[in-house]
Design a protein around this ligand. Sequence first.
Ligand code: INI
Length: 159
Amino acid sequence: MPNLLDGNLLAGDIHVAIVVSRFNDLVTDRLLAGAIDTFRRHGVADNRITVVRVPGAFEIPLPAKRLAESGKFNAVVCLGAVIQGETSHHEYINHPMASAIMQASLSSGVPVTFGVLTCSSMEQALDRAGGKAGNKGIEASLAAIESINLLTQMTSHGI
Ligand code: INI
């Protein structure tokens, strides 16, 4: 049998931060509710969850990086909803935002997960915020818990 490093979904004594954008709050409020509910159901107490609100998805990376580098959180979850309009505005938001979120994780060594929807319509976004295609906020919280546990396991293996 090979050595298997595989993060479990047990949580409790972790501290997490959630950065959520206000733009399209019909959608992002649902992502936030899914993310908080998931942490609670995995045993994370409310006083270990910090929520930071930002205006739009473009503003997510900076506070996410600062939270990740603060040493106060085991993971940061990013939530937002970019919905394509009549112009190419969304393209100028999506790519830099996603790569800055990834960069915040890599430079801090703290998991920063990506629960930002990038959709062509409000309907598509609502489907992914608790509708028929699940809830990206739940996924991003689960990914945070799993990543925290994986990194802890790696540390205990001296990696
Ligand atoms: N911000 C979003 O989070 N979602 C969008 O769909 C969106 N669109 O389409 O414009 C959006 N724009 C605002 C942007 O994120 C910044 O807040 C703004 O440009 C100020 O920096």
